[in-house]
Design a protein around this ligand. Structure first.
Ligand SMILES: [Zn+2]
Ligand SMILES: [Zn+2]
Length: 750
């Protein structure tokens, strides 16, 4: 009997064809396997029982990170002359199914080889195999073969070619393999681009620079990173000054699991994520008294921690033998630098030396960020290790092909085709021209990669987002319909789609701000979502934000707007007064009284800011979300009774809540008490809104649900009342999920 087996999933660049070869020959089957744009095809011939067992092997015994998503087998005519099992050359062209392998962390076998004297690749920083190494960041186009990657300029030496051709070798058909003879080389450069030294000495001098407290720019897997000694307060301050990043937490890379576990609490689930092929940054609970300086993440009980995930990081961290700050190579909110010339220009004033190499990075891929809460992971930034893996979305197999442009911050682009969603890696903010350029490049990149033509485009309602402007331009250029999806509708639709829900569902979409369909800024919304439509069930009563967008980085403005809504012009309460110089407060009051540049918002994110400012936590300046985080952390493990809400036909009045908080402040209560009450009252509000529609499914989305305490309280409250609660797991609750929601809403429209 002979079967033709079509396989889809993560099957290119992950050692899948060699695994097929081994499984087939072990069962005495003859035939062949080859890659093509849609996936992998196998033809296998042998006794029916062996073929049946082979199909089971393919489903169950393919070593990770390969992953069989779909497998279709059909009998074809036998070939009586057939002998042996072959891996055939790839077919070119054809309609492409969106399957591109993500970049994978250094595997244990390669790590050991790198550490073993006498091995060919001893101390070689570009060691990889079929189980590990660069993929998405170096693939120019599909099918994934060496000549179509950034390795095309490195012809294999004879020893590597032998490994590549040997079915018994772990490097059999590993496209990016390299060794000291034929592969990329390290170089240490001055900020002006001149060479200091190359090869092993480059590593040694970079280590010396780090130990001396200098800032090293490292050309990593998906872009340049900035490294400094994480145990030195002075070195960390130097990096903060140069990067213009005042207090936002940095991630820390530890030499090994033991040093990481000494600094952070770690459970089994977190441990397995740290050692996974995705190897994300994990937000872990800090242990007191660790060697990592407080300046890394001031006031934050969590630390972004991860382990070396390339051989270069592995070698560097082993020699430097201390934790290092390892953060994206950019200036504040710009995207990460990934091209050599550009990196020297953009990071030249930040880094003292550049540890680079000659393997090009074809697209930037940031580190992913994940937190394990309660019963599962929450992906807060979806990039390396995850992007651009396709995810099947139930019920959208027949939907038109949609390209969705996302929001403005934490931008992503999504392509929905054949019921499969491919989301780009996290692209960062689109405020800078670099950000907008990266968005346009990523759109081109995705379409070229997957060789599909979208049938419709989707974007946000906000006319000034760089993503909206690009979508509008391309809709005209390509003569395609453009669907404008309200921001919070997209949030709810994204979470519903992640859990296979077509609706109706109640969506609680709580975040900073997004443009509503009535022209005001929304952000504290309860929506009923069904198919491509939504209705607004409930929201906060809008309050004015003096200065509009400026309030994002100045929590005191949100407090000022709420106080004005509560009792008009007056004096700031004593706790808030230090945040204002005399004329400052007057100016904002005048703006509010005259309705000058004071858009109205129903945002719960801004309500968080206001409460944080009232209890004297970060009133004036900071990174977005800092005040809300401080308020969350202030509550500690306190449990206190909620503030009451006044609800009028679904509209909740935040000024009543603010009045109650002012009373608590006057009674001398502290931030911990008020924060605990505030969080509890939001859980009450969630329940009140869910009860308006009485739909059994409730989805939670929006940046506010990055707040672990809030999410747990809302989930417990709603579950306790019999609702099925769904939160984001595989996609971020923040604006990183907007392109997914837009794609789904646009696809469902008639
Ligand atoms: Zn490996
Ligand atoms: Zn070689």
């Amino acid at each position: 009997m002979r079967l033709r087996i079509e396989v889809q999933g993560v099957v290119q660049g992950v050692g899948f064809r060699p695994a097929v070869y081994r499984l087939a020959t072990a069962r005495g089957l003859v035939g062949s396997v080859w890659n093509h744009a849609q996936g992998v095809t196998i033809e296998a011939q042998g006794p029916a029982a062996e073929l049946e067992a082979f199909l089971r092997d393919l489903r169950e015994d393919v070593p990770p990170p390969a992953q069989v998503v779909q497998l279709n087998a059909a009998p074809i005519p036998e070939q009586p002359e057939a002998a042996g099992f072959q891996i055939l050359a790839s077919e070119e062209g054809g309609a492409i199914r969106p399957v591109v392998p993500p970049d994978l962390a250094l595997c244990a076998a390669c790590a050991e080889e790198t550490d073993t004297p006498g091995e060919r690749r001893y101390r070689y920083p570009f060691t990889n195999c079929t189980r590990c190494g660069p993929r998405y960041s170096i693939i120019a186009k599909l099918p994934y073969d060496r000549p179509q990657t950034a390795m095309q300029g490195f012809p294999m030496c004879r020893a590597c070619a032998r490994e590549y051709a040997d079915p018994a070798d772990r490097r059999f058909h590993a496209q990016p393999i390299a060794c000291p003879v034929c592969g990329p080389r390290l170089v240490l450069q001055r900020p002006d681009g001149s060479t200091l030294t190359e090869g092993e000495p480059a590593l040694g001098e970079a280590v010396a620079a780090l130990k001396a407290g200098q800032v090293v720019a490292l050309k990593g897997l998906g872009g340049y990173q900035l490294l400094v000694d994480a145990t030195s307060t002075e070195a960390v301050r130097r990096l903060r000054d140069r990067k213009r990043r005042v207090e936002k937490p940095f991630a820390v890379m530890f030499p090994d699991l033991a040093s990481l576990a000494a600094a952070c609490e770690l459970n089994e689930v977190e441990r397995s994520w740290l050692g996974s092929p995705e190897a994300p940054i994990l937000l872990l609970r800090r242990r007191p008294g660790s060697q990592v300086t407080e300046a890394i993440a001031p006031g934050n009980p969590r630390l972004g921690a991860f382990l070396p995930y390339t051989p270069l990081h592995h070698l560097l961290l082993a020699v430097v033998d201390r934790p290092l700050v390892c953060t994206s190579g950019n200036l504040s909110d710009e995207p990460m630098a990934f091209e050599d010339g550009e990196a020297l220009i953009r990071l030249g004033s930040i880094a003292d030396v550049f540890l680079a190499h000659d393997r090009p990075i074809l697209r930037p891929v940031d580190d992913s960020v994940l937190r394990v809460d309660g019963d599962g992971p929450t992906l807060l930034r979806r990039a390396r290790g995850f992007a651009p893996l396709a995810v099947a979305l139930a019920g959208l197999e027949e939907a038109p092909t949609v390209l969705a442009f996302g929001a403005h911050q934490k931008a992503t682009v999504s392509l929905l085709h054949d019921g499969q969603l491919v989301m780009s890696q996290h692209l960062g903010d689109l405020t800078s021209s670099e950000g907008a350029d990266l968005l346009a490049r990523t759109v081109e990149d995705l379409l070229a990669f997957f060789a599909v033509r979208p049938q419709r485009l989707a974007c946000d309602l906000h006319p000034d987002y760089a993503s909206t402007r690009l979508a509008e331009r391309l809709a005209v250029a390509w003569n395609l319909p453009l669907v404008r999806v309200q921001h919070h509708h997209a949030h709810g639709a994204a979470c519903a789609a992640e859990h296979g829900l077509e609706g109706p569902v109640t969506a609680l979409a709580w975040d900073g701000t997004g443009l509503g369909d009535d022209g005001t800024l929304w952000g504290g919304e309860a929506l009923r979502i069904e198919g491509p439509t939504f209705t607004r069930l409930g929201h906060l009563r809008p309050f004015p934000l003096p200065g509009g967008e400026a309030a994002v980085r100045e929590p005191r403005r949100s407090a000022c707007g709420l106080l004005w809504a509560l009792h008009g012009a007056g004096l700031p309460p004593p706790t808030l007064a230090p945040a204002f110089d005399g004329p400052d407060w007057k100016l904002l009051q005048t703006m509010l009284t005259k309705s000058l540049h004071s858009p109205r918002t129903s945002s719960i994110g801004r309500l968080f800011d206001a409460v944080a400012a009232l209890v004297s936590l970060h009133a004036r300046r900071g990174f977005e979300g800092q005040a809300a985080m401080a308020l969350e952390f202030a509550a500690g493990s306190r449990v206190e009774p909620p503030y009451p809400w006044e609800l009028d036909a679904g509209v909740a009045d935040p000024s009543a809540l603010v009045a109650a908080i002012l009373a608590d402040l006057r009674a001398g209560h502290d931030a911990a008490f008020i924060s605990a009450r505030f969080h509890a009252s939001l859980a009450d509000l969630a329940l009140a809104w869910a009860q308006l529609s009485r739909l059994p499914d409730v989805v939670l989305s929006g940046g506010c649900f990055q707040n672990e305490r809030l999410t747990e309280l809302v989930q417990a409250k709603l579950s306790g009342a019999g609702f099925r609660v769904h939160r984001h797991r595989a996609f971020p609750p923040n604006d990183g999920c907007i392109s997914l929601g837009q794609a789904v809403v646009a696809a469902r429209q008639g």
